[in-house]
Write a protein that binds this ligand. Structure first.
Ligand code: SF4
Length: 352
């Protein structure tokens, strides 16, 4: 299940010291649109500062830089103070998404005391909640009692890919598709909803192959999921992905490809959504030149589950250069960023 050498190389890139930050304040809070109740509405998002993902003790996923925000000093009392801040900032927003730098449902990372305090504080205020967790913490004994708080909940699992080889040798997820299925079935049995996250264009996969993997993964996870969120890669600090990207050995995916995935998987029987982080920016998904309209259409289609305008735009633009770039990339073992490599080569020849 684990590629130990690869996991060790990822571990080597992780910082050995932690930044000093205020343990009583969440990493961040903001509002954004989502459709957790089946229609677009304003949603509060909070990232709690915690001791971090249990997987960090061994390694990390190759794209994940959340360890940059964790602190070993966080105790239950600090979490309770963070919870107060989040609960007070809700105002009239009724939908809340909680992120930690790991798993909200891991009792080591988010102790039961703090968890219960959290549910008491948001009870009567929040009408829909989303929390994230690795599969190992989604068990009846750990979470079925949360129903007693009466807050409808969607649990998000980072499946990333339904292909175990990709999970192991590219993402270093430390999990498998069968573990996901087991947890997804438990989520259903307990009467919660499931959001499945997929990772578009992990390392060592051509963009074309990753498109196929995403479509296949949406298809395989659709039956378990209220929605599937296709998350295109973004570059986070101190990660294996950043390491390869800086060398010009990794090219972020293109918005056209994301549009293709959404259009091809929209009828698989689940809501398929994508709200890219850093879209059209250097460290996020982008075409060869920025396309704000395409990014907006991807957001709008995801929020409204209406893909008509996105499809119309997709079909109206000449994509010859895009398909040629993908074909060229597919014959390479790595996924070079040609622009970055060329600029390095020309800088090197000036210095010779
Ligand atoms: S399981 Fe989640 S939090 Fe943990 S390393 Fe992977 S992506 Fe990061």
């Amino acid at each position: 299940m684990i590629n130990r050498e690869y996991a060790a190389s990822i571990k080597e890139l992780m910082p050995t010291s932690q930044r000093k930050t205020d343990p009583d304040r969440p990493v961040s809070t903001w509002q954004e649109k989502d459709r957790l109740r089946g229609y677009p509405e304003t949603t509060m998002v909070a990232i709690f500062k915690t001791t971090g993902c249990s997987w960090y003790r061994f390694s990390s996923c190759s794209m994940c830089g959340y360890f940059n925000d964790v602190s070993n000093d966080i105790k239950t009392i600090n979490l309770k103070r963070q919870i107060d801040i989040v609960a007070d900032s809700l105002e009239d927003v009724k939908v809340l998404k909680i992120f930690t730098s790991g798993s909200f449902l891991d009792p080591q990372e988010f102790p039961l005391d703090a968890r219960d305090y959290f549910f008491q504080k948001i009870s009567g205020k929040v009408e829909k909640l989303l929390v994230e967790s690795r599969t190992e913490y989604i068990t009846e004994s750990n979470i079925s009692y949360l129903k007693d708080f009466g807050i409808p909940m969607r649990i998000a699992i980072g499946l990333e890919s339904a292909n175990d080889e990709i999970m192991r040798n590219s993402i270093n997820k430390g999990s498998t598709f069968s573990k996901y299925v087991k947890s997804a079935e438990a989520v259903k049995r307990m009467g919660y909803e499931l959001r499945t996250y997929l990772l578009f264009k992990p390392l060592f996969l051509s963009e074309e192959d990753s498109i196929s993997d995403m479509i296949d993964s949406v298809q395989k996870s659709a039956q378990y999921s209220t929605d599937v969120s296709v998350n295109p890669m973004n570059i986070q600090k101190n990660t294996m992905v950043e390491h390869m990207w800086k060398k010009g050995l990794y090219r972020l995916p293109r918005l056209w490809s994301l549009a293709r995935i959404l259009l091809e998987s929209k009828d698989f029987g689940t809501q398929v959504v994508s709200y890219p982080t850093g879209g059209n920016k250097e460290r996020g998904i982008h075409n060869d030149s920025p396309d704000p309209k395409l990014l907006q259409l991807i957001y709008d289609a995801s929020l409204n589950q209406d893909f008509g305008e996105l499809e119309e735009y997709y079909n109206s633009v000449d994509k010859t250069a895009y398909f040629a770039a993908l074909a060229a990339e597919k014959v390479n073992l790595s996924q070079p960023d040609f622009e970055k490599l060329l600029s390095r080569t020309s800088r090197a020849s000036v210095m010779l």
